[in-house]
Design a protein around this ligand. Structure first.
Ligand code: ADP
Ligand code: ASP
Ligand code: MG
Length: 411
């Protein structure tokens, strides 16, 4: 008897009909002799609706109260799932994050899971029940409800699968697996049978929202097998697993983009020790995550002036500018400028480690379309470029074509 954790995303539970479909799928899985834990997202659009309600009151709602509002989305879908299953004669019980033993830190709206006590779920499974757990939420030490950040139901599912020592975690969504790029943007995108944790981690962190990044990180740390597949189709999806040698044959395995970026530049800062640290500590103290960073040596040598640029999530753009404007004289900088009309476009592949010329090919493909590159950053297995936002989708298609990702390796 296997233990399976199934997570259904917002689009898969968007209507009562769709909920009924996924209820039947979970029951069928149980009837095949498995124990089943279901993790649900809020119905599609619900989290955005709740967020906008709060933001109509104030643009800066108190994070603790916001979490109270946001957790209701998953509460509703879980109870609807349970009621639907009960009408079909199935034994099922729904659980909120705190009832399922999901304990987090107290960073409201981006809490991290600190531990899971799965005993209550184990008791329910032993009674031959399906346990339905609200994704995206937990409880802190004080007993206040928290949320895990957007897309956090993936993390709930993976973390629960690990805590329950599940055999597999199935992530059900509105596409039938992980593609070489977002299939809703590029018609030539190809579904992959397998992808390594490392590649999926890069794709997620660079904008492919199909899997939330922390869920991939957790899965990788514990070697949990994750199967991403379509909620309303029986077809096999994509397995996220350890890298196997065949994955290295092609240098580039995926293209992704992110529209949620903004660039900040400090004009005329001193090129001397400690300046970069001072700039970034102002930002990090505000819990703002910095991504790309560029500083060139000043042309006139140490002690002279240079510019310092970095990117932050666009949701933190205004606050970052404001924070730096407040410390301009401290930093002896001339001014802060910024741009949130940008996108990050990235190519990813573990095979990049031992293939030459990948960057040149990427830059050339963009140049042929007249797409200018503003910033570049690389790691062992990815290259990212900041470009003007309006070119993002075109760039995805151009790079997908340039690296012939529509062809399966060996074609
Ligand atoms: P869910 O509501 O099930 O959590 P999401 O909207 O979070 O689903 O993620 C699924 C979406 O991810 C797809 O509809 C697709 O547009 C997008 N996506 C981005 N990159 C990829 C990719 N490489 N492969 C598959 N889907 C991708
Ligand atoms: N409902 C939350 C969101 O929309 C969590 C999730 O769907 O994973 O971000
Ligand atoms: Mg999602």
């Amino acid at each position: 008897m296997a233990l399976i954790v199934q997570k259904y995303g917002g689009s898969s539970v968007a209507t009562l009909d769709l909920i009924s479909g996924v209820v039947k799928r979970a029951i069928a899985t149980k009837n095949q002799g498995n124990r089943v834990v279901v993790v649900l997202s809020a119905m599609k659009g619900e989290t955005d609706r709740l967020l906008s309600l709060a933001r109509q009151v104030t643009l800066n709602p108190d994070p603790r109260e916001l979490d109270s509002i946001l957790t209701t989305g998953e509460q509703i879908s879980c109870a609807l799932f349970a009621i639907t299953a009960q009408t079909l004669g199935e034994k099922v019980k729904s659980f909120l994050g705190h009832q399922a033993g999901i304990h987090t830190d107290d960073i409201h709206t981006k809490a991290r899971i600190v531990n899971i006590d799965p005993s209550r779920l184990i008791t329910e499974l032993a009674k031959d029940r399906i346990a339905v757990v609200a994704g995206f939420q937990g409880v802190d030490r004080l007993g206040d409800v928290t949320t895990l950040g957007r897309g956090g139901s993936d993390t709930t599912a993976v973390a629960l699968a690990i805590a329950l020592k599940a055999d597999i975690c199935e992530i059900y969504t509105d596409v039938d697996g992980i593609y070489t790029t977002d299939p809703n943007i590029c018609a030539r995108a190809r579904k992959m049978e397998k992808i390594s944790y490392e590649e999926m981690l890069e794709l997620s962190s660079l904008g492919a929202k199909v899997m939330e990044i922390r869920s991939v990180e957790l899965g990788m740390n514990y070697g949990l097998k994750i199967h991403v597949r379509h909620a309303h189709s029986p077809s096999q999806g994509t397995i996220i697993c350890q890298e196997d040698p065949s994955m290295e044959k092609t240098p580039v395995r995926g293209v992704t983009h992110s529209m949620n970026e903004a660039r900040i530049t400090l004009i005329k800062v001193r090129d001397q020790p400690g300046v970069a640290a001072r700039i970034l500590s102002v930002v990090s103290k505000a819990d703002i995550v910095v991504d790309m960073i560029i500083q060139n040596k000043s042309v006139n040598g140490e002690g002279q002036f240079t510019n310092f640029s970095f990117t932050v999530p666009s949701s933190d753009y205004a606050r970052t500018k404001e924070l730096l404007e407040g410390v301009l004289s401290d930093l002896q900088a001339e001014r802060v400028i910024g741009d949130d009309n940008i996108a990050k476009i990235s190519i990813v592949g573990t095979g990049m480690r031992n293939h030459a010329g990948v960057a040149a090919k990427m830059f050339q493909a963009l140049a042929l379309e007249g797409i200018n590159i503003n910033m570049i950053s690389t790691s062992e297995i990815k290259i990212s470029c900041i470009i003007e936002k309006k070119y993002a989708e075109l760039a995805v298609r151009v790079l997908h074509e340039a690296f012939e990702l529509h062809k399966a390796p060996g074609d």
